[in-house]
Every structure is written in C-alpha cells, then in structure tokens.
Design a protein. Structure first.
Length: 393
C-alpha cells in the first residue's frame, strides 16, 4: 500500500517537508499513476540535489509519501483521510484522473490542506468554490479544440468549406472525456460544422466497433476520440483492423498510451492533444529547458517523458516556489503563496485564477509523423506543417 520512493519514506523530521499523494499504481489508471509518480519523484530529487528549500535560514528537503488508490475513488478518499489524519501530512499532490481528484476534494477542503494537482482536468473541479485546489494543467474542454480549428483551416484541402465538414465523436462517459466533448462541441458549433455521430462509450473503452461501423456508413471528415490510454489504443487498433478511413483523426492520451511506439504505422498521421511537449521553449531553474527535462526523465526511467510526468514535476516545483515565498510551513500561508504564483516552469507558465485553474498555459497539438509526436499547432510552437487529409493506407 505504501510506495517507497528513491527519497526514502516520509518520516517526521525537522528538516523535511512531506508531500503526500494517493496515486494509481494498479488498476485502470496505473500507467497514468506511474507517470505521475515518476514526475513527482524526479522533481523532488532535482530540488533536493540543488540544496532543497530554504525557509528562515534553514534548508528543507522534500520527501514524498504515497499510497496506491488502485484507481478507485472510494479508496482514494480513504487514503486522503489517512494521509491527513493519521500521517499528519499538511500538503497534498493530486491523484491521476479527474474522477479521483473530484472524490478527494471535499476532504482536502474540510481539513484546509492545500493540494496542487497535475492530472485532473475536468471543468467541474473548478466550479464548486474549492479554496485549497490548484491545478497546473489546462482544463479538459481545451484539449482537442485545436484539432477542430485545424480542420476548419484546412477544409479546402478536403474539398469542403468549414460549414460542410462532418464531425464524429466517440468519448468515454467520465468527467474528463465529457469535458473534452463539450469543448469540441462548442468549437464545432462556432465553425458551423455538423455532428453526425456523438457516441458516449462506457468506461474500460475496449470496443468501438459499433461506432466505427457508423463511421464507415456516414463518412465523417473528423473523428474525435477520448477514452484515456485504453481508448487511444482501442481506437487505433480497431480503425486499422476494420480498415476505417477518416481524413482527420484526433484523440487524447496518445503519448501516455504510446500509440506511436506500440502501434507503428497504424498510428501515423493521428492528431494528439498534449499539455506539453519536449520541443516547446519553456525553461526553469530546476530542470533547465523542456528538452532537458525530457532527457533527465528518459535517463531516470528509460522511456520518453509523457506530458503527465512533466505536469506532475511542475506541481512539485510550484510547491517549492510557494514554500520559499511564504517563508513558512503554515498551510494557510503556503496556500496564499500558491494562489499568488507567477512562475515559469519546464511545463509552461503557471498563474492561477480564483478557482485554482492555471490560466497562463496553452494546449498544443501534435501529429504522429515518422513514428514521432511532432508539434503542428499552435503555429508559434509548430515544428512541421500538419498532413491533412490523412493518407489512406
């Protein structure tokens, strides 16, 4: 249940700051949870290697205390209570999905414990007036709107105008994916496009064949898929197996699902939503550049850094910055310092609104080209032009 870290287990001490987290090391979100934990651990190690955090003339090291929530909200709530009530943890890092984050927020608020989270992007988290919640990531409704904008820009390449484009959606029925859907629908409406399929699929998204049969019949120009890692792998595998063609395919969770690495040619030309990418020009004083972070992550864990790890590292950096500015370990003073954050990180700029959302950082869109996730939007970060329409195999 308690996961050891490379930093040792959290033990009461005068010269450490304990950050607690319930993350999914088993169950549905296990890959997200491992990415999250690795990002937290790497940031803590880097900060500690640079001397830790100086408060009142004394240096403190960050120590992380984890429990495995097994990807279940009820277990997550029990563990949040345990971290706060039994373990005496005064500062929390978030779990690894919107649903798991939503489950523990009432406990965080009740005990007035600040929580910086990096992997709960649903809009509903920020509409309840929570005072102790802060999120470094962009909200889910923003994830795939760049793909809709790109479709409108390239309508002519499909022999159409934006108003005549047909859009299909296949999204999991969970808070995150429903927000992705809401954002896409808003953008579709703004461009005057037509939705021909709007399928909301069950969790454990392991079969999309009925949706794909409809796609063959209705021939949409754009297919949007959101269903965490499982959904991304299912979509690419079944689109390839059933020989379904859509000119524009866009989805979430490409890099954490490793669609390019695992599925090769079948994944080529897929558009992918990213919170972050290693080619972006972001820098900070903990890791250096986004590319430096990616290199350090690959050396530490022997796989490419997904954005889930980068945003998790940024959450720890925001805490370190807030502790330094607060010059205190009083949770209320630290909470106020977090609220006042204006920080450049390897992950992008961080500045919170009153609801605790990061309002400073845009989403980026990549396309799988030559087996790599290549940034194609927004234009200021693009390293190649998008390939539209998707060539048929």
């Amino acid at each position: 249940m308690l996961a050891a870290t490379g930093l040792g287990l959290a033990t009461p001490s005068n010269d450490v700051i304990v950050l607690g987290a319930a993350v999914s090391l088993t169950g549905k979100y296990a890959q997200d949870g491992i990415d999250t934990k690795n990002g937290y651990d790497l940031a803590a190690r880097k900060i500690n290697d640079k001397g830790g955090i100086k408060i009142g003339g004394k240096n403190y090291k960050i120590v992380l205390r984890y429990y495995d929530d097994e990807s279940t909200p009820t277990h997550g709530t029990e563990l949040a209570e345990r971290l706060i009530q039994q373990d005496g943890v005064k500062f929390l890092l978030g779990p690894c999905s919107s649903g798991l984050t939503k489950a523990i927020l009432p406990i965080v608020e009740k005990h007035k414990v600040p929580m910086i989270e990096a992997n709960g992007a649903a809009r509903e988290l920020f509409t309840q007036g929570y005072r102790y919640l802060f999120a470094v990531l962009s909200t889910a409704d923003q994830y795939l709107t760049p793909a809709i904008d790109l479709a409108a820009e390239h309508a002519k390449d499909l022999g159409k105008t934006p108003e005549t484009l047909l859009v299909a959606l296949a999204v999991e029925n969970d808070p995150f994916a429903q927000d992705v859907r809401a954002g896409v629908l808003d953008d579709v409406q703004r461009h005057g496009m037509q939705v021909v399929i709007d399928d909301q699929l069950p969790p454990e998204l392991n079969d999309m064949s009925m949706t794909l049969t409809k796609i063959k019949a209705l021939k949409p120009d754009v297919l949007v898929v959101s269903g965490h890692e499982k959904g991304a792998l299912t979509a690419i595998t079944q689109i390839d197996a059933l020989k379904v063609y859509v000119p524009i395919l866009a989805m979430t969770h490409c890099d954490s699902a490793q669609i390019a690495e695992k599925l090769g040619q079948a994944a080529e030309y897929t558009f992918c939503a990213h919170q972050w990418h290693e080619t972006l020009g972001y820098k900070d004083d903990v890791f250096g550049s986004a590319g430096d972070f990616a290199k350090a992550f690959k050396e530490a864990y022997d796989y490419e850094a997904p954005y889930q790890a980068a945003q998790s590292a940024a959450a720890v950096h925001v805490y370190a910055d807030a502790f330094r500015r607060a010059q205190s370990l009083d949770p209320e003073k630290v909470r106020d310092a977090i609220a006042a954050t204006e920080l450049d990180t390897l992950y992008g700029p961080v500045k919170f609104d009153e609801a605790g959302r990061n309002i400073a950082k845009p989403m980026v869109l990549s396309q799988v080209l030559h087996g790599k996730y290549v940034v194609v939007a927004p234009a200021q970060w693009a390293t190649e032009k998008p390939v539209i329409p998707r060539p048929s195999h």
